[in-house]
Ligand binder design. Structure first.
Ligand code: NIG
Ligand code: FE
Length: 427
């Protein structure tokens, strides 16, 4: 298929974008993409590709900007229930970490998720995955973390593997058994840390290649919530070091509420990303800037908690860091499936231009899940994951918010139309 006549074709070609390079869109005016099967076969000016491939089935993208599918590199997609009542309490003044310390917050979602069957979790999670896809996310990282015991964590992993194999949203799974101290270990955080290291991580690794849906997949990421009231720096290091020894790639939740040094730990251990980064120190920023660890900003989280402090994105770029954006989609701090909304928030709260935010939501986000060799840009040989917008100018992303500017989503070469509008009710 030859997609042609896009007034703006954003290729994002050339690999992840560090520091001042962020925002290089690789824009082709009146651009075209040739798709063969699941793969991009050629990218260039419409004039050239229409002449070179005259007999190809055509998709006319006149009036529509085209760009790579969004990659959402940090989500907690799988959970049961909701926390609307807690949201009300938080807006009336209750604090997130205090609610957690009192056995609510993450732990209330843990109770609901442990009690839910695999089928029930699938039924509750699938609409979120489809909403992500309809808003232009073609690949999302997704974490466990609402089980906090071996069997329940493995159940959540299985939900993610099932959803990934169903498609069309592609999922990069992450094991987050270290999301909170399990209620059974309320007074013994070190005991739970040891359980993760001695029982959970080996169980995930040993079971991985025998689980029906994971046989040929690379190991999932392992992530830790390094935070006051969750895992301290030494416990985070213990878990991540053990995970690395077992061959897992690493991620970390760092500096969401307090600075414990998690970002520098991520750099030291060669983690793929360090995420949140609100209370990040100048020293941590310098370490990130000199590393391959991607700094993942999650502006929906302070927004969702009605806080005023955000990731120091400009300082990270000045330090030559690799910056990416994600939703953090979760039931406690940020129930939002749309990377378009993240881009709009990032422009205003992180002071990014639309071009920088788009690069952070595509090629750099792909690098944050170590898949930039396959997704995140429109280049020959890469997977055919792309978006056809309903608008001709990419800057409408960021400028507009709360809606959906995606008209078509192309995933592995298959075209999906995003249904819009209304129709009379048939009763
Ligand atoms: O990234 N901080 C830890 N995890 C999530 C929140 C999860 C929850 O509250 O359920 C986050 O913000
Ligand atoms: Fe998170």
């Amino acid at each position: 298929m030859l997609l042609h006549s896009a007034p703006q074709l954003l290729t994002l070609a050339g690999g992840p974008q560090r520091g001042a390079r962020l925002g290089d869109l690789g824009l082709i005016e009146d651009g075209a993409v040739l798709i063969r099967g699941e793969t991009i076969a050629a990218v260039g000016p419409s004039r050239d590709l229409l002449a070179a491939y005259p007999h190809e089935p055509r998709l006319d993208a006149s009036g529509c900007a085209v760009l790579p599918g969004f990659v959402d590199p940090h989500t907690h997609l799988v959970w049961a229930g909701d926390r609307a009542a807690e949201f009300e309490r938080k807006m009336a003044g209750a604090r997130y970490l205090d609610i957690l310390a009192a056995g609510g917050g993450i732990l209330s979602t843990v109770r609901a998720s442990r009690a839910a069957s695999l089928e029930d979790l699938l039924a509750q999670t699938r609409p979120r995955a489809l909403r992500m896809f309809a808003h232009g996310t073609t690949t999302a990282e997704a974490k466990t973390g609402y089980g906090l015991e071996t069997a329940a964590e493995l159940k959540l992993l299985d939900v993610l593997l099932r959803l990934d194999s169903e498609g069309p949203l592609e999922i990069a799974p992450t094991f987050l058994g270290a999301h909170a101290i399990a209620p059974e270990f309320k007074d013994d955080p070190q005991g739970y840390t040891d359980l993760i290291c001695q029982e959970m991580l080996p169980a995930v690794r040993d079971g991985w290649h025998s689980r029906p849906l994971s046989r040929r997949r690379p190991l999932p990421f392992v992530d830790v919530f390094c935070e006051t009231g969750a895992f301290d720096l030494a416990q985070s290091e213990q878990i991540l070091t053990r995970a690395r020894g077992l061959g897992f790639p690493l991620k970390i939740h760092a500096d969401e509420f307090d600075n414990l040094g998690g970002a520098s730990l991520a750099v030291r251990l060669g983690a793929a990303s360090a995420d949140h980064l609100v209370k990040t120190s100048a020293e941590d920023i310098a370490a990130l800037g000199a590393s391959e660890t991607v700094a993942v900003a999650l502006p929906c989280t302070p927004f969702g908690l009605a806080e005023t402090e955000y990731t120091p994105a400009r300082a990270i770029l000045e330090a030559d860091g690799l910056l990416a954006l994600a939703t953090d989609c979760n039931p406690g701090t940020a129930w939002n499936e749309s990377m378009q909304f993240v881009i709009a928030l990032a422009c205003r709260t992180l002071k990014l231009t639309p071009a920088q935010a788009i690069a952070a939501a595509t090629i750099n986000a792909a690098h944050a899940i170590r898949r930039a060799d396959r997704i995140g840009s429109l280049e020959a040989g890469k997977q055919a994951d792309l978006l056809v917008l309903s608008v001709p100018d990419y800057r409408q992303l960021g400028y507009r918010f709360g809606g959906n500017l995606v008209r078509l989503v192309v995933k592995r070469g298959r075209v999906y139309e995003v249904a819009a509008g209304i129709r009379p009710w048939q009763g």
